[in-house]
Design a protein around this ligand. Structure first.
Ligand code: UDP
Ligand code: MG
Length: 332
């Protein structure tokens, strides 16, 4: 199992990966006024210990609280902080992609603002990057402060997706990871509207390495992931990486057709042998309702895919930027 997490052997790292270089840390931020200062404080403490230059790219994903004002204060205090202010809330996945577009680093770390993923792990991620890995991702070994229901649904989701999709999706990983420059460049070419980031990270390939860590409960505030949003994320993950549900729909259709044929034969036989004193209302209802259900379900599945084709076909830009404050990168 442990070996499975490592997708390939490391290549010989380019010179910029072997020593020095610039590290960017991208943080998508949506209403995180409470946690942002603590997050940046903890992060800079870690970055200061690294023997390389660094910048922090804060992406304001249309926050409705004081997050942006706090970002500006943080930038005043530490010019290593860049601010990408999006024109509205685009959702975490797109905010993250915006951050990757603006990050200048030879390596880019993706971090949540809520301190659930420990910044203290970054030196270890960097170590593996220097050894030649392109994607070094955190693998959760424990989930504190999360309900059993969330744990169970996350577990089920990874299992299902692993079975259906052809990309080797590592389990128990979030977005917390380090990407090499060429991995970032690869990701930046994937401009689809429906961005299931965990899948995209895996899809680009390159040598990948798992680093186990403990996931902490949220520092403050509440998660923006209601069960409804998680359910939608699950549908997103499945529909953007596999067309298996379409096949399920066809097989379901085939199965019902066979059952209907068998039942039809039975009805004809029954009528011929015993005659037919009308009645038959319950069986008629069952047949109509179950056929209707299967048809609606199948239509729904087709609709999910059709809707995605519709969205992608518009080829809109992923996001708009209202304001960009560049970082000043000093020497370490
Ligand atoms: N986030 C964002 N846009 C959104 C929702 C969330 O940029 O629409 C950010 C949020 O500020 C945080 C990260 O994405 O930095 C993860 O959010 P959250 O902690 O709510 O998700 P969870 O950790 O529960 O997956
Ligand atoms: Mg979180």
């Amino acid at each position: 199992m442990e070996n499975q997490a490592t997708l390939a052997e490391p290549h010989i790292p380019p010179a910029s990966q072997a020593e020095g270089g610039l590290l960017s840390v991208v943080i998508p931020v949506y209403n995180e006024a409470e946690t942002l200062p603590a997050c940046v404080r903890r992060l800079t403490a870690v970055l200061d210990t690294l023997p390389m230059a660094s910048e922090i790219v804060l992406v304001n994903d249309g926050s409705r609280d004081d997050s942006l004002a706090i970002m500006r204060q943080l930038h005043e205090a530490d010019p290593r902080i860049a601010i990408v202010d999006l024109s509205r809330n685009f959702g975490k996945e797109i905010a993250l992609s915006a951050g990757l577009d603006f990050a200048k680093g030879d390596a880019v770390v993706v971090l949540d603002a809520d301190l659930q993923d420990p910044p203290e792990l970054i030196p270890e991620l960097v170590k593996h990057w220097r050894a030649g890995y392109d994607v070094v991702y955190g693998k959760r070994v424990a989930r504190q402060g999360e309900t059993w229901l969330k744990k169970a649904t996350a577990y089920a989701f990874y299992r299902v997706l692993q079975k259906l999709a052809r990309v080797p999706l590592p389990e128990d990983t979030g977005d917390f990871r380090l990407l090499s420059r060429r991995a970032v460049n690869a990701l930046r070419q994937l401009r689809e509207q429906h961005r299931f980031m965990k899948g995209l990270f895996a899809w680009i390939g390159y040598p990948q390495k798992a680093v186990p860590y403990r996931r902490d409960p949220r520092y403050a505030g509440t998660t923006k992931w209601s069960y409804w949003r998680l359910w939608n994320l699950a549908i997103e993950g499945i529909t953007s990486f596999t067309i298996a549900p379409l096949k399920v729909a066809s097989y379901l259709g085939l199965l019902t057709a066979c059952l209907a044929a068998a039942y039809a034969l039975f009805v004809v036989y029954k009528t011929l042998v015993w005659g037919e004193p009308v009645a038959g209302y319950p069986s008629l209802m069952v047949a109509i309702l179950s056929l209707g259900a299967v048809q609606l379900l199948t239509l729904g599945i087709i609709g999910e895919y059709l809707g995605r084709i519709f969205n992608e076909s518009k080829q809109r830009p992923l996001y708009f930027v209202k304001d960009y404050v560049e970082s000043q990168i000093g020497e370490p």
